[in-house]
Ligand binder design. Structure first.
Ligand code: PEP
Ligand code: MG
Length: 580
């Protein structure tokens, strides 16, 4: 039966394909009815899977014994999981279920887990009650092993070129794994417009919708879907007529995109002759092909934390160096701004403890400064890469002067250690800071005195200025890029940078959204950093803009104190271009 669902379109375009249901927990396994002999084989399978997971945990334990990342907590967590893996309450009871009910190992394991979870829920002691999550985690890992490691999605991902992933939620780690496969689109029940998962969809230039509430429950695996990422519309099991209509719209969109590609070698300059730098945001070295294809004038933001996600260990200095050098070399003299890891928040390391409020907790530079060994390793790797191209360093989430000073002294130490070993690097490497905390924007002079460039992260700046979680669809309507408070902060940073002669870029999602191009140009922005797929469209707006004409209008817009009015005024500002 055909039906339509509405959510938050976070990445434009149209996808037509079959649904691929992703189970985040991997725990909705099917029951198979077996013979007694087959059941005995299931017990052998179960023992093997338990052994593999045990070995994995032992390895993790050995590797992290000396790690600086919460070693005590991590080791305790591993030990607890090891205990569960060997606990007869879990293992023997599961085997009994297999034998008595003649079923497959994964199904029996999940049954037993549910019984244990129920028992934990009855316990009065809150600490013990929480242990149900450990049991769930252990069982999930064993079930994954039984199903084959990469079989997180039913049917696997290998043959999924035209599949549309349907999930309750996708963590940035899930999304980065999916990025390695070719699929047409993804849709999720939850998520906000600038959640990192949405950002990844835009970086892959595939349509995506989040906040569909119950898509995962209502859609069946293999069902035909149409995703309209622009409007946030998902059509399930469409009839032939609707399919035809969308096929035509898809072709038209593709035609428009290919026309824009002609702008690749067009100079990025406004009508009144102002040169605008269009830089790219990347998550991994494999993004470089698209960057070179887009004609970007460099990398404005390399989110290095993706190198650290979805693994039980930390990337070594050499592994990081190889990744950074690949990017630096590919740019052939154009700049590469490498941001030190922004872990925490919604990009937690597997080894990290989840804080009460991740967005306000030990995230980005805050984590770097309490993990000096991990930070030192990354700084050395970036410095080493600076010998191979125009590398710059960017520190994320700064709010206090002392954080800037501590980061700079960590950099000085990394430089000294490389010099001591005669390893070449650029001694005059430029160092910048991100402005993504409102407090930082308000004391921007502190930043301008200490750093050689700034980059405004509007995604977080909006989140923190308006106290709206960027990944929560329930408050998405309050996540307002045009809120006068947000615009005032951006304008303050831009004008302060201009006066001090310090370049300021914008690398948040606002830079790649054509709705804001004219406004940002009018506010004086000259360095825009975005996904490579957005560069041509933004360039098409830039070459039609006259900054001299827009600037006074932009100034008036920022002075308007009321939210709705700003939106109206920006729409007017944009329509002036459409008419000219
Ligand atoms: C931002 O906050 O705008 C930004 C670019 O950083 P991230 O999206 O990685 O938090
Ligand atoms: Mg940010």
């Amino acid at each position: 039966m055909s039906f339509t669902m509405h959510g938050l379109g976070v990445s434009g375009g149209i996808a037509i394909g079959r649904a691929l249901l992703m189970s985040h927990a991997t725990l909705d396994v099917a029951r198979l009815t077996l013979t007694a002999r087959q059941a005995e084989r299931e017990i052998v399978r179960l023992d093997r899977a338990l052994n593999t997971v045990r070995k994995e945990l032992l390895n993790m334990r050995a590797q992290n014994k000396s790690s600086a990342v919460a070693p005590g907590e991590l080791i305790a967590f591993i030990d607890l999981h090891m205990l569960f893996l060997a606990d007869p309450e879990l293992v023997d009871a599961t085997k009994q279920i297999i034998r008595e009910r003649l079923c497959n190992a994964e199904w029996a394991l999940v049954q037993r887990m549910e019984q244990l979870v129920e028992q934990f829920e009855q316990v009065g002691d809150p600490y013990l009650r929480e242990r149900k999550y450990d049991v769930m985690q252990v069982v999930e890992r064993v079930v994954q092993e039984l199903l084959g490691k990469s079989a997180k999605a039913k049917g696997g991902l290998s043959d999924e070129a035209n599949r549309i992933v349907v999930a309750h939620d996708l963590s940035p780690t899930d999304a980065i794994n999916l990025k390695k496969h070719h699929f047409a689109s993804f849709v999720t029940d939850v998520g906000g417009a600038t959640s990192h998962t949405a950002i990844l969809a835009r970086s892959m230039a595939i349509p995506a919708i989040v906040g569909l509430v119950s898509a995962r429950a209502m859609i069946r695996d293999g069902e035909w879907l149409i995703v309209d990422g622009q409007r946030g519309v998902l059509i399930v099991d469409p009839d032939e007529q609707v399919l035809d209509e969308y096929r035509i719209r898809k072709e038209l969109l593709e035609l428009e995109r290919s026309k824009l590609k002609r702008l690749k070698s067009t100079l990025s300059q406004t009508l009144d002759g102002i040169r605008i730098n269009l830089l790219a945001n990347i998550e991994m070295p494999s993004d470089m092909d698209a960057v070179l294809e887009s004609g970007a004038s460099g990398i404005g933001l390399y989110r290095t934390e993706f190198l650290f996600l979805g693994r039980g260990d930390l990337p070594s200095e050499d592994e990081q160096f190889e990744a950074y050098r690949t990017v630096a070399k590919a740019l052939d003299g154009r700049p590469a701004v490498i941001r030190t890891f922004d872990l925490g928040g919604d990009k937690m390391l597997d080894l990290q403890r989840t804080p009460t409020n991740p967005a306000l907790g030990r995230r980005a530079i805050r984590l770097s400064l309490v993990e000096p060994k991990m930070f030192h390793t990354q700084l050395r790797a970036i410095l080493r890469a600076s010998h191979y191209g125009k590398v710059k360093i960017l520190f994320p989430m700064l709010s206090h002067a002392r954080q800037i000073d501590a980061s700079l002294s960590a950099l000085a130490q990394a430089k000294a250690s490389l010099s001591g070993e005669n390893i070449p690097f650029n001694h005059d490497i430029e160092v910048g800071g991100m402005i993504e905390v409102p407090g930082a924007a308000l004391i921007v002079q502190t930043f301008l005195k200490r750093l050689s460039f700034l980059s405004i992260g509007t995604n977080d700046l909006i989140q923190y200025t308006l106290a709206v979680d960027r990944s929560d669809e329930e408050v998405a309507d309050l996540y307002d890029s045009l809120h006068p408070a947000v615009l005032t902060l951006i304008a303050h940073v831009l004008t302060s940078g201009e006066k001090a002669g310090v370049p300021v870029s914008v690398c948040g999602e606002m830079a790649g959204d054509p709705k804001f191009t004219r406004l940002l140009l009018g506010m004086g922005l000259k360095d825009f950093s975005m996904h490579s797929s957005q560069i041509m469209e933004i360039k098409s707006r830039i070459i039609q803009a006259d900054v001299g004409e827009i600037a006074p209008l932009a100034r008036r817009i920022i002075k308007r104190g009321e939210t709705g009015k700003v939106e109206e005024a920006v729409a007017k500002l944009n329509s002036r271009q459409a008419q000219s």
